[in-house]
Design a protein around this ligand. Structure first.
Ligand code: GDP
Length: 395
């Protein structure tokens, strides 16, 4: 440290030389180092009919056999960890759509946690879908068209023509043009390699013009000019998988893994996942944008919504309290009324009792009077009958 006085005097000023370059150019190295340390997930979903060559192509792409792969705890430090998920095969795109949504939902749940741990989250979202098409040479199958149309907003789709060795080169060219025009005319949004980054703009633009990639997959090796190469041996010849004159396998691998992996991951998050999140939020009554169309974080929206719900709940509770007080009052009034009616009836009954007794007594008196009168008549009549008999006895 140099004091102001010393600076003024121009003495003891030490000039430092930088030990390394300081600048933005070190940023990619930092990103690379971070990715090496933390690792990252890149999920490929292969869609296509059974036996079209999905397993063979993924094995060929990663030069491995996914079926028998067993991981050990003592792997060498630099290793690509690949994961595959088996989907139940079906004639509908719905199980695929459900699967993709389930992965988005899992990420959303993690994102909504107060204590997130997204940096070490195992991301299972689908970053790219390789859609395998049969090399028929004819139109696209309706099922394929329908499936792609319904899934293109959920993931990045790259259509590939499978088993390209089973169709002639001229037929393949015609087929490529036909299926791309069918995809465009049916409004299917397939993944476009980005052209906004200067370093890859030229090659990506060229590759966009060559879609769909016609691929051949094979783990078999044949010796060609003293070199073992991956190839598919047909009765009519040998097709070298990694020979660009034979098929587009290398182009696909280059575009997928070397050039655009990061963009595929980014598109998955910013386009497809955010669309899912927005739809989900809207379903739940949330919105991604605030006043003046400013974006709002999910947590902010959640907090605002929580406050709103809290206020609403308090208002409802107050309303219910008022209602129950009102009900109690009404019930009391009813009870009072009922009690009054009851007392009135009891009083009336009580008042009726002496009157009833008097009526009974009156009736008893009348009955008695009647009986008395009858008795008196009987007494007179028996005297009259008895007198002649006594006269007779005297004779
Ligand atoms: P999946 O059911 O889609 O996974 O298909 P598989 O990868 O199991 O392949 C089915 C069959 O097609 C296997 O016998 C493969 O050897 C064969 N196959 C795979 N890829 C190709 C290819 O590019 N060309 C040819 N001709 N056959 C292939």
């Amino acid at each position: 440290q140099v004091s102001d006085d010393e600076q003024k005097k121009g003495k003891n000023i030490c000039s430092l030389t930088m030990s390394s370059h300081v600048g933005f150019e070190s940023l990619p190295d930092q990103l690379v180092n971070r990715s090496i340390q933390q690792g990252f997930c890149f999920n490929i979903l292969c869609v296509g009919e059974t036996g079209i060559g999905k397993s063979t192509l993924t094995d060929t792409l990663f030069n491995t056999n996914f079926e028998d792969q067993e991981s050990s705890h003592f792997c060498p430090p630099v290793k690509l960890k690949a994961q595959t998920y088996k989907l139940q095969e079906s004639n509908s795109y719905q199980p695929i759509a459900d699967y993709i949504d389930a992965q988005f939902e899992a990420y959303l749940q993690e994102e909504m946690k107060i204590k997130q741990s997204l940096f070490n989250y195992h991301d299972s979202r689908i970053h790219v879908c390789l859609y395998f098409l049969s090399p028929t040479g004819h139109s696209l199958k309706t099922l394929d068209l329908l499936t792609m149309k319904n899934l293109d907003s959920k993931m990045n789709i790259i259509p590939v023509i499978a088993k390209a060795d089973t169709i002639s080169k001229t037929e393949l060219q015609k087929f490529k043009i036909k299926l791309m025009s069918e995809l465009v005319s049916n409004g299917v949004q397939i993944y476009q390699f980005p052209t906004d980054d200067d370093t890859v703009a030229r090659i990506n633009a060229a590759m966009n013009g060559q879609l769909s990639f016609a691929v051949v997959g094979s783990m078999d090796e044949v010796k060609i000019r003293n070199k073992m190469v991956k190839a598919h041996q047909d009765p009519w010849g040998v097709v070298q998988v990694e020979n660009e004159n034979h098929c587009d396998f290398v182009k696909l691998r280059e575009m997928l893994i070397c050039k655009n992996m990061e963009d595929l991951r980014k598109q998955t998050h910013t386009r497809h996942y955010k669309l899912y999140r927005r739809c989900k939020s809207e379903e739940m009554g949330f919105s991604d944008v605030g006043p003046e169309n400013k974006p709002v974080s999910l947590q902010e929206t959640y907090e605002a919504k929580r406050h709103e719900f809290h206020g609403e709940r308090q208002r409802k509770e107050e309303e219910m309290k008022q209602m129950s007080v009102q009900r109690v009052k009404e019930k009391e009034a009813i009870l009072k009324e009922a009690k009054f009616e009851h007392l009135k009836r009891v009083h009336q009954e009580e008042r009726m009792k002496p009157e009833e007794k008097r009526r009974i007594l009156d009736k008893e008196i009348i009955d008695f009077s009647k009986k008395k009168a009858t008795c008196e008549i009987f007494q007179t009549q028996s005297f009259l009958v008895w007198a002649p008999i006594s006269c007779k006895t005297e004779v």
